[in-house]
Design a protein around this ligand. Structure first.
Ligand SMILES: Cc1cc2nc3c(=O)[nH]c(=O)nc-3n(C[C@H](O)[C@H](O)[C@H](O)COP(=O)(O)OP(=O)(O)OC[C@H]3O[C@@H](n4cnc5c(N)ncnc54)[C@H](O)[C@@H]3O)c2cc1C
Length: 386
């Protein structure tokens, strides 16, 4: 197969890139190791920045999001048993939209297939070749065949555990990592929303987050040991822990419901530089990971492909390589802003294993400053809405 851009991975980055390229008249082929059913059912992120919402709407894949997404104009920081509102829209003129990542995936897959785009699902053993030549290639197994795609470029959009990043020789990769000594225990619950806006809670037993996916489905998290075992957490224990961390002196109450999914996510900060090697360009989680506290992972993936699609467009229209040459530096500026914000939110809201009572008080002092200083609240707000 020949194409202009071979895309590895049908996550938000790969699918949106393929869609944006199509709008510019550029051909691409997407390969994905999982099935369509799997990618459309994997529950992950759910907070879309204003810029993400605008891009999806402008590129005509935002119709359902605009109908079903929930626009939030603030978030709550809850500490010492009291909730304090950060008025995102009042402070920045922008808002966030809660619309689940797998719904974005469904919209993008439908748009690509309706436009005659090629997405090969269920591919195995993808391997990248000739990345520093004019004709980079991807080989893989698909339906008992061993096809090869040769493109002008390859976009590595295959997430943190994909094959693209490790295909770059290690001497050309500078990796920056920070692992956190805790994870998030996440549950999906059939229940009405307990709050009109997300609640980020600081508690001496650890962080908790009250989030939503739809008026009927709620997404709740609490900080846990990353090595913990789901079997140790029967439903009653989960509710007890959440109620403890969210307890307060106001009359706010968390609504319980049927828990239908449980999982533990590790927390990591990671960046590889540069996000390019030869004719391979990395985008999304393939190049960087943030702890989910700042809700930035999906939004960063979208920003990368916005920049990359525009650079490819310039190249294919006029053979101008300037924007492609600048891609990594341009994307990394935004990446490091989000890395800092996600690290800051994580550090301010979580309990660390070596925390002393002094550190606990320092966190409370910082939270108090955020909710009482307009300048500090604005810093949080402008980073959060993107
Ligand atoms: C469990 C979990 C929960 C999360 N929760 C949040 C959250 O609450 N908020 C937030 O902002 N972010 C969250 N994130 C992060 C967010 O989901 C990611 O940042 C986002 O999915 C990045 O999109 P992507 O397209 O770069 O990568 P991905 O979504 O990982 O997509 C990569 C795709 O490539 C495919 N692939 C991998 N290897 C290969 C291969 N060798 N060949 C072909 N295909 C391959 C994968 O199957 C996958 O479909 C979460 C992530 C995880 C894992």
């Amino acid at each position: 197969m020949k194409t202009q851009v071979a895309i590895v991975g049908a996550g938000p980055a790969g699918l949106l890139l393929s869609h944006l390229l199509h709008l510019e008249g550029i051909a691409s082929v997407v390969i994905e190791s999982r099935t369509r059913e799997e990618i459309e059912a994997t529950i992950r992120a759910g907070v879309l920045e204003q810029g993400t919402v605008d891009l999806l709407a402008q590129s005509r894949v935002g119709e359902r999001m605009q109908r079903e997404g929930l626009r939030h104009e603030g978030i709550y920081l809850r500490f010492a048993g009291v909730s304090h509102r950060i008025a995102l829209s009042e402070l920045t003129g922008r808002a966030i939209t809660v619309y689940a990542q797998h719904e974005v995936i469904k919209d993008l897959v439908a748009a690509r297939l309706a436009a005659g785009g090629t997405i090969l699902f269920g591919v195995k053993d993808a391997a990248l070749y000739d990345l520093d030549s004019d004709s980079p290639k991807v080989r893989f197994r698909h339906e008992n065949a061993l096809p090869e795609i040769s493109g002008d470029f390859i976009a590595g959009c295959d997430g943190f555990h994909g094959v693209s990043r490790p295909s770059i020789p290690s001497r050309h990769r500078h990796e920056f990592t920070r692992s956190y000594p805790f994870g998030w225990f996440g549950i999906l619950v059939e229940a009405p929303a307990s709050t009109d806006e997300l609640i980020y809670a600081h508690h001496e037993r650890g962080f908790a987050l009250v989030s939503t996916r739809s008026p009927q489905i709620q997404r709740l998290y609490f900080q846990c040991d990353p090595e913990d075992n789901l079997k140790r957490w029967p439903d009653a224990r989960i509710w007890e822990e959440l109620h403890t961390r969210l307890a307060g002196s106001d009359d706010w109450k968390l609504a319980e419901g049927r828990i239908f999914q449980k999982g533990i996510i590790a927390m990591r900060s990671f960046v590889v530089e540069p996000m390019r090697y030869g004719r391979l360009f990395l985008a999304g989680d393939a190049a960087h990971i943030v702890p989910p506290t700042g809700a930035k992972g999906l939004n960063l993936a979208v920003n990368d492909v916005r920049v990359l699609a525009s650079a490819f467009s310039r190249y294919f229209k006029s053979k101008d390589e300037e924007a492609l040459a600048a891609y990594s530096a341009t994307a990394l500026k935004r990446v490091w802003r989000a890395e800092h914000f996600s690290w800051w939110m994580t550090s301010m809201l979580h309990r660390f294993h070596d925390d002393t009572p002094f550190q606990h008080r320092i966190q409370l002092a910082e939270l108090d400053y955020v909710v009482n200083s307009k300048a500090k609240a604005l810093t949080l707000a402008e980073n959060y809405v993107g």
